[in-house]
Design a binder for this molecule. Structure first.
Ligand SMILES: [Ca+2]
Ligand SMILES: [Ca+2]
Length: 319
């Protein structure tokens, strides 16, 4: 990445932040914008890849409960050995295909706003060193933990939904449950795929046709968000209508959908919406909570707490 390019992106970030927005808005078709959009697309594919690996494995389980644990990286002994082997193989393929530096030329991590939190033990956000460290954060670090946890929670929720749907009826055998869980997982994943597409399209829309996320850093592309743009909500509603209606235990799907929505927001809002909650423009946009220097999404940082009345909390928000 050449120096003039960096200058251009920062100049754009500053220019945009003097208007109503505050934070990192990237110029349309700038290298950083294209890089960030590519990571968004890859994150969507990566998450779906893991969800599908888990789904395929669950279908070969002996119970409708959660057997293929991505967090532990193991399938329970009850899963057919061949299916368990494929589970590892597929999960590893997901990792191999996630390559966030694909369009980054090795040095634009700062220009896209330093997504990720590379110290999950310290409160607040600590930027990653570079794009390679961000990749580790996604595949093995804090993001991996929340991703695996969320997929596990969704699997458990789907199982509970099917159990309460089939209840004590005569067809509530394990086979019926496995079919129900397999079907409902499949359509939930399809919904999530569609919803993530809506988010990425909204976040890269500069024409105010799909949510206009490209030109604003307000959370206009947040699933179920208070500030979600009407055009974006239309896109989401279409996906929900198309896929969630095919769910067998559709009446119970609310929580599973919310878990998926939270997962998408966690993945994609972190990447795209590096806004400053105090509405004061800050450059750089990359946060390192704990260095006594208010940056990025921090409301304050230790002794740097000018905008707080009562001082600064350890997670870099005002007390
Ligand atoms: Ca942290
Ligand atoms: Ca800081």
């Amino acid at each position: 990445m050449s120096i003039p390019r960096m200058g251009l992106a920062f100049a754009m970030a500053i220019a945009m932040s003097t208007t109503a927005t505050h934070g990192l808005v990237l110029g349309k078709q700038s290298p950083a914008q294209k890089h960030r959009a590519d990571i968004g697309k890859q994150l969507r594919k990566y998450t779906l890849c893991l969800a599908k690996a888990a789904l395929t494995c669950e279908r070969k389980g002996v119970t409708s409960g959660y057997e293929c644990d991505l967090a532990a990286g193991v399938a329970a002994g009850s899963v057919q050995p061949k299916a368990a082997g494929k589970f590892y193989e597929k999960a590893n393929k997901c990792h191999a295909n996630f390559f966030p530096d694909k369009k980054g030329e090795g040095s634009s991590y700062d220009l896209i706003g330093c997504p990720g939190d590379c110290d999950d033990t310290a409160p607040g956000i600590q930027r990653c060193t570079d794009i390679a460290a961000y990749e580790t954060y996604v595949e093995d670090g804090g993001l991996a933990q929340s991703l695996h946890g969320a997929l596990g929670a969704i699997a458990t929720e789907v199982d509970a939904n099917c159990a309460s749907f089939h209840g004590t009826s005569t067809d509530s055998s394990e086979d019926v449950m496995l079919d129900c869980v397999g079907n409902d997982w499949k359509h939930l994943v399809k919904y999530a795929k569609g919803a993530a597409k809506c988010v990425n399209i909204c976040q890269n829309d500069y024409k105010d046709k799909k949510g206009n996320g490209g030109l604003t850093d307000d959370r206009v592309c947040e699933v179920d968000g208070l500030m979600a743009a009407p055009d974006f909500n239309v896109c989401l509603a279409k996906k929900a209508e198309k896929h969630l209606s095919k769910i067998e235990a559709a009446g119970n799907v609310v929580t599973a959908k919310e878990l998926y929505d939270d997962l998408l927001n966690g993945l994609l809002v972190d990447l795209y919406d590096k806004s400053d909650p105090t509405s004061v423009s800050i450059v750089p946009v990359c946060s390192t909570c704990g260095d006594d220097n208010r940056q990025g999404v921090e409301e304050c940082d230790g002794t740097d707490s000018l905008f707080c009345g009562l001082g600064c909390a350890a997670d870099c928000t005002c007390l």
